[in-house]
Design a binder for this molecule. Structure first.
Ligand SMILES: Nc1ncnc2c1ncn2[C@@H]1O[C@H](COP(=O)(O)OP(=O)(O)OP(=O)(O)O)[C@@H](O)[C@H]1O
Ligand SMILES: [Mg+2]
Length: 248
């Protein structure tokens, strides 16, 4: 995903200015910055909740600037809160299979041929089990979703998003409110989804010490601009970043 010259203001307050950035496919990028530096605003611009005053959002070669959020979601660029709730009465496996979505242009013609319909069904089950294994939910495949714990429910939600074609997932502080053990678990699953399913992640996180071992790239923002980007070590040794954090 590429951003070119993004600017966003709210009645005179410039929240984002000259944002150029590149979120590498298949990697975990962490977005950091002091309170009010524009991180959430940037996610809102990327996912279509805010229209930028200027600039472009390019995803997988398509210019998606000013597209409505649901259309961007269908393109595979997903904000976690947009993911539909699992159906509690369906089993874990059924929840994934029902989320499976075919290329809409093809499915009508395909629907006329029962053979290909069965093949799609097999493909869906195969993909579902692969995802369930990664999320450590495979042993629960035939249980109703209502039997899952809160954490497992969140994983199932993410699994449904991936089944329906999510390519890049954006998260605003996924570890907030979790104890360190759970937070580490969340990040371990994120790494597994990246490695085994090739999902791209863009994550805002305040708990740097906790997230750092898991991320590939860091983008640091300050006052609406990207002030530094690179490998985690580089960014954390950068004097501008140190100052913008410590100097408030
Ligand atoms: N809908 C809005 N209307 C007016 N101002 C807004 C709106 N959304 C964000 N802002 C302003 O834009 C600036 C950036 O806010 P933003 O929420 O993006 O910061 P942030 O980096 O996510 O901060 P935090 O770490 O506290 O979540 C702030 O000054 C904020 O008040
Ligand atoms: Mg925020």
């Amino acid at each position: 995903m590429v951003l070119k010259g993004i600017r966003k203001s709210f009645e005179g307050l410039v929240a984002l200015e000259h944002i150029d950035m590149n979120v590498s496919k298949g990697l975990i990028t962490m977005l950091i910055g002091p309170n009010g530096s524009g991180k959430t605003t940037l996610l809102n611009v990327i996912t279509g909740f805010y229209t930028p005053d200027r600039g472009e959002v390019i995803f997988e070669g398509k210019n998606i600037t000013k597209w409505p959020p649901h259309k961007i979601y269908n393109e595979g660029l997903v904000r976690t809160f947009q993911i539909p709730q699992p159906f509690k009465s369906l089993t874990v496996l059924e929840n994934l299979v029902t989320a499976y979505r075919e290329n809409p242009g093809e499915s009508f013609v395909k629907a006329l041929f029962r053979k290909s319909w069965i093949k799609d069904e097999e493909e869906a089950v195969h993909k579902a089990f692969k995802i369930l294994k990664i999320l450590n939910l495979d042993h629960m495949w035939d249980r109703p979703a209502s039997h899952l714990s809160g954490g497992q429910m969140k994983l199932l939600e993410t699994g449904r998003a991936i089944m329906s074609g999510a390519k890049m997932i954006l998260m605003d502080e996924p570890a907030s409110g979790l104890n360190p053990k759970l937070a580490n678990e969340v990040f371990s699953y994120i790494v597994k989804m990246k490695k085994e399913l090739g999902i791209t992640f863009l994550i805002i996180e305040h708990r740097l010490d906790l997230a750092l071992p898991y991320v590939d790239r860091v983008l640091a923002m300050c006052r609406g601009r990207i002030v530094c980007e690179g490998e985690p070590k580089e960014v954390f040794n950068n004097p501008i970043v140190v100052e913008s954090y410590l100097g408030g």
